[in-house]
Ligand binder design. Structure first.
Ligand SMILES: Cc1cc2nc3c(=O)[nH]c(=O)nc-3n(C[C@H](O)[C@H](O)[C@H](O)COP(=O)(O)OP(=O)(O)OC[C@H]3O[C@@H](n4cnc5c(N)ncnc54)[C@H](O)[C@@H]3O)c2cc1C
Length: 427
């Protein structure tokens, strides 16, 4: 059985690894990844770090998936990043700190703060256990994917020049090609299923501090400073980032501005924010681009026949959810497990049965995953559009309530509720 994964991001690499772990040997499957960015093969070895996007939080649920995949891998990710126990929220004047515990209680399953490239590099080193990276990952840009009813195969198309289009086919194509997925556009032509601008943008990156800020080290925390229209967040990037501080300034942006005055805009936006660490970060920062946050509307299905979507291609969500990468990891595991179970129902030689079972697996995978992802994505959007405008009130209540109502002890309940609805939703 031939499987092609489009995209060598976090979702694509983890799908490859889960397929390798679970798919039955007797199907003599061959699995390849097609990736359009040629530089990724060089980046997997070098110390070059693509720090754009700031830090990434792998939440306890994402960490559990990594552990299921390979205990060594989850330990490696934890040791290359930094285990975090808390999110700490302040207002823009650095007041009214509220600490929210995000660990599950077991030391092994906390949140790992790591650069995005760091997680990717750990996955990539696992992929290389299965052969030469150049053999597994083909550097080519896929321009179209479609289902050929006559052949009963999924077909990938590459444009060589205006007139020549090359094609290859496979029994299963997994679109792990991110928010601007070509695979998704092949499945859904309607504009209704294209990413939509959320009204928020972000700039971010990593800086090398002389020492890690105290709130990050002592509180083992990600630190968020909130205002009505924006937040500024910083977190440790871990060993793999060279112990950088990853930072992110996210803000409501009706008319996304030009990138010319990026640093000046950053200064202006946070000029009255009193946390000295923010001012230090901005002094050092060298932001390269403004990134509009686009989110995916809910799709009616995540695939059909032999074509399926995973990760951001199916459900790109606001970074405030803190769940983008973890949900991509969950998709990879779920798809591999469902496919493995359904394949047990047929023999590889029976093409008709194989097609049927692959289509069944895709339908099941979609049915299992969609409701959960829908809930998490909504949460992220609500946090951006509802929590930010009322951040002052929310912080005030959570900060002062313990003193007012010590005896009735409702704080824990409230915090628990907040935690349930929080960025770190421990799912
Ligand atoms: C600022 C920011 C902060 C974030 N913070 C967090 C966080 O704290 N926690 C968290 O879990 N998530 C976070 N996320 C989200 C997370 O980074 C993404 O959800 C995750 O990286 C998506 O992985 P992916 O593999 O699905 O997609 P991508 O990373 O986009 O990978 C897609 C790959 O497909 C390739 N590709 C695309 N088109 C083609 C084509 N036509 N042919 C061949 N190859 C192609 C691309 O080059 C790319 O390598 C954050 C995101 C942002 C922007």
């Amino acid at each position: 059985m031939k499987i092609i994964i489009i995209g060598a991001g976090i979702s694509g690499l983890s799908t490859y690894l889960f397929f390798k772990k679970h798919l039955p040997e007797e199907f003599r499957h061959s699995i390849y990844i097609y990736e359009k960015r040629s530089e990724i093969l060089a980046q997997s070895d070098s110390k070059y770090l693509d720090l754009e996007g700031g830090g990434l939080g792998i939440m306890p649920n994402g960490l559990q998936v990594l552990k299921d995949l390979d205990t060594w891998l989850s330990k490696e990710v934890a040791s290359q990043g930094i285990l975090c126990e808390n999110f700490t929220f302040y207002n823009k004047y650095g007041q009214m700190g509220v600490r929210q515990n995000i660990s599950t209680g077991t030391r092994e399953l906390q949140c790992v703060s790591i650069s995005r490239h760091g997680l990717w590099r750990c996955l990539m080193s696992q992929v290389k256990h299965f052969g030469d990276a150049e053999e597994i990952i083909k550097i080519r840009k896929v321009t179209r994917v479609y289902w050929n009813e006559r052949m009963k195969k999924a077909v990938l198309q590459f444009t060589c020049n205006e007139n020549i289009k090359e094609e290859i086919d496979a029994e299963l194509v997994v679109g792990a090609d991110g928010i601007n997925s070509v695979t998704r556009r092949s499945l859904f032509v309607s504009e209704d299923y294209s990413p939509k601008y959320s009204g928020f943008s972000w700039v971010g990156g990593g800086i090398q501090p002389s020492q890690l800020p105290e709130p990050v080290v002592k509180g083992r925390a990600w630190v968020f400073n909130l205002d009505r229209q924006s937040y500024f967040c910083y977190s440790p990037g871990g060993k793999i980032s060279g112990n950088k501080i990853m930072w992110l300034s996210l803000y409501a942006d009706r008319n996304p501005s030009s990138t010319k005055l990026l640093k000046a805009d950053l200064w202006y936006r946070h000029r009255h924010w009193t946390d000295p660490i923010i001012q230090d970060i901005i002094t050092e920062a060298d932001p390269k681009s403004i990134n509009r946050i686009n989110v995916m509307p809910e799709l009616p299905e995540w695939g059909r026949n032999g074509i399926v979507l995973v990760g951001d291609a199916a459900h790109a969500m606001s970074p405030t959810s803190g769940q983008g990468a973890s949900q991509g990891l969950e998709d990879a595991q779920a798809l591999a497990l469902v496919l493995t179970e359904t394949l047990k129902q047929c023999q590889e030689e029976d093409d008709g049965a194989l097609n049927l079972e692959i289509a069944n697996a895709i339908r099941l995978f979609s049915e299992i995953r969609r409701p959960r992802v829908k809930w998490i994505a909504k949460l992220g959007q609500r946090l951006d559009t509802l929590v930010l405008p009322y951040s002052r009130i929310i912080l005030c209540v959570l900060h002062y309530l313990p003193f007012i109502s010590k005896s009735i002890r409702i704080v824990n309940g409230l915090e628990a509720k907040m935690a349930q609805k929080s960025l770190a939703t421990d799912i």
